[in-house]
Design a protein around this ligand. Structure first.
Ligand code: CP
Length: 308
């Protein structure tokens, strides 16, 4: 396979295993490129990319921007907080105005699930979903799986547990789709009030005991509690959550084997993970961030190759 089976990257659900493998193979090449003394390649010269962020971001926004610049694309950055969206402009009007400036690709983060999909049906540009509400965050899942592959050589047969606020997490959903397509065994762990009702229909088992989950897994992906998406209280207090679902060094050291710790960020130190775990040699959190640039370069490069 030398071409993606999709025209936009809207989610992992509609990717084939071969698409993911092609993205990884391309990212392997770009990872080598970004570790050279001269990190820039001309692959996307004359391609203009708009980064439209209607929701806060640090890692994803900067990672896409650096990926685009490493590929020599022209980059436009837009954030809704200081735009005319505040004056009542619709999403399609905002994007069509930006596209009139001859933009080829749009990277969009939006609080509404399905926003990237909607946009892909209404505008003429390649769309990359940089996170849509609690729905999907495909490049995060790709960089997570790429980091596990880098650590273990293969993902097939690995036991991976995703811990925390599964209900509000686009990272969890994209990771479940991605890791299962690559042959991993995936379970989720957390309080039942933070589990989507139909989670088991995705083929993942729910474990409510953290120590049991950690003893089962090779890799634990710890998630932040997304208080900004919770309209009602789903657990008594953050302190109680930390006691039952937070990982600290004592718990990590008490496990039957040495597991790998991951986190998509932003981390709430002392809530779902303590500093001594986040900064330990079992953590690959910063490798994830580094790999994010190579993965995003690969996605942009492959989609740009399909621009007519
Ligand atoms: N992992 C992630 O999406 O982080 P940001 O919200 O900072 O982009």
């Amino acid at each position: 396979m030398s071409k993606l089976s999709v025209n936009h990257l809207l989610g992992i659900k509609n990717l084939q295993k071969e698409d993911i493998e092609l993205i990884f193979k391309t990212a392997d090449h770009f990872k080598e490129v970004i570790n050279r003394p001269i990190k820039k390649v001309p692959s996307l010269r004359d391609i203009t990319i708009a980064n439209l962020f209607f929701e806060n971001s640090t890692r994803t926004k900067l990672s896409f921007e650096i990926a685009e610049k490493r590929l020599s694309a022209d980059v436009l950055n837009f954030s809704s907080s200081n735009s005319s969206v505040k004056k009542g402009e619709t999403l399609i009007d905002t994007v069509n105005n930006i596209l009139s400036m001859k933009v080829d690709m749009v990277v969009m983060r939006h609080p509404n699930p399905g926003a990237a999909n909607f946009l892909s049906k209404h505008v003429k540009a390649k769309i990359v979903n940089a996170g849509d509400g609690a729905h999907e965050h495909p490049t995060q899942a790709l960089l997570d799986a790429f980091s596990i592959r880098e650590k273990y050589g293969d993902i097939k047969g690995k036991n991976i547990v995703i811990v925390g606020d599964i209900l509000h997490s686009r990272v969890a959903l994209s990771n479940i789709f991605c890791l299962q397509k690559l042959g991993a065994n995936v379970k989720v762990c957390g309080p039942l009030t933070l589990m989507p009702k139909h989670i088991t229909s995705l083929g993942v088992e729910v474990i409510t005991n953290l120590k049991e989950a950690l003893n089962w897994c090779d890799v634990a992906i710890m998630l932040r509690i997304q208080l900004e998406r919770q309209d009602i209280k789903l657990f008594p207090s953050l302190r109680e959550y930390t006691m039952l679902y937070g990982i600290d060094k004592e718990l990590l050291d008490s496990l039957d084997k040495k597991i790998t710790i991951m986190h998509p960020g932003p981390i709430n130190r002392g809530v779902e993970i303590t500093s001594d775990v986040a900064d330990s040699n079992q953590s690959i959190i910063l490798n994830q961030v580094e790999n994010g640039v190579a993965i995003r370069m690969a996605v942009l490069y492959l989609l740009a190759g399909q621009i007519e």
